[in-house]
Design a protein around this ligand. Sequence first.
Ligand code: MD3
Ligand code: FE
Length: 198
Amino acid sequence: MNGLSFHPAYLDRPAQEALLASLAPLIARAPFFRPTMPKTGKPFSVEMTNLGPLGWVSDREGGYRYQATHPVTGQAWPAIPQALLDLWQAVAHYPVAPQACLVNLYRDGAKMGLHVDADERDRAAPVVSISLGDSAIFRLGGATRGGPTSSLKLNSGDVVVLGGASRHFYHGIDRVLSGSSTLVPGGGRINLTMRVVG
Ligand code: MD3
Ligand code: FE
């Protein structure tokens, strides 16, 4: 109706383990970094890295943006694995491949405040989200801040496609349910979002 489609348990446990194993060497080359807020420099509680020709970064000086290189190593981001491109193809129903896969790591107490993803020029493309590890309470609002919101529990293996109007809705992660999954070594939650930057 609003363009959101939810695929609970899209990936079973073996598929989650295989995906995580395929990410490990890529994350070794492009380690998690901690973005900081534009202007204030306040650190995010979420750590991030990216795959693909472009990656989303943020720091005090440069603000929110996509760039071709890792902000710490200066190297190009690793490619998006074919299995993720295949997943996009299967669920996104969009004729363009994603240019960025943002990898968010939520460790002890990390959360993400309500925001709109607005740094992509392609406004029509959906975002595809894959949750791995501990469950999270996801909050979805509407097109304006301060309107009604609803919450949805995202479990390991769940896939959400944010298309249509929902693509421009406020959303965030209220909290992660620590210890709810054994998937991620060291605990916590990893969320992958594939995006067409345009
Ligand atoms: C709704 N990530 O990286 S994924 C983000 O779980 C982000 O890490 C959250 O919000 C996470 O920007 C939520 C689900 C998601 C992703 C993009 C959206 C929901 C969205 C874009 C528009 C509306
Ligand atoms: Fe977002």
